[in-house]
Design a protein around this ligand. Sequence first.
Ligand code: FES
Length: 116
Amino acid sequence: MTAAATRFVRVIPVEELRDGELIPVEIDGTPLVLVRHRGAFFAVQNNCSHRDFPLSEAGFDARDGYLVCAWHGGCFDVRTGAATVPPATDPVETFPTRVNGGYVEIGLTGSLLAGR
Ligand code: FES
């Protein structure tokens, strides 16, 4: 038995997000945050693991690639989802991204597969 290839869904044109910016996106009702950092795209769940505040309201620190939660200042490495600054201690879920035909696409993995 072989693992099924990851399916990707198109979210926004590449030029819609400048480097160092983030944008909320939604896939089948699941809210995510898409970040462009040093030319690459990263997608994470749009809920802080501390108290569920939307990370689309977060600041993005391009020096270290951290999302900074606007409620209590918890930080997450956008590349790995790891919580890097308390009070956040648990990671946030990350999703694969790719650029295809001028669009950013997000891979349906983890919680995005639930209910499919
Ligand atoms: S809700 Fe994000 S740090 Fe508390």
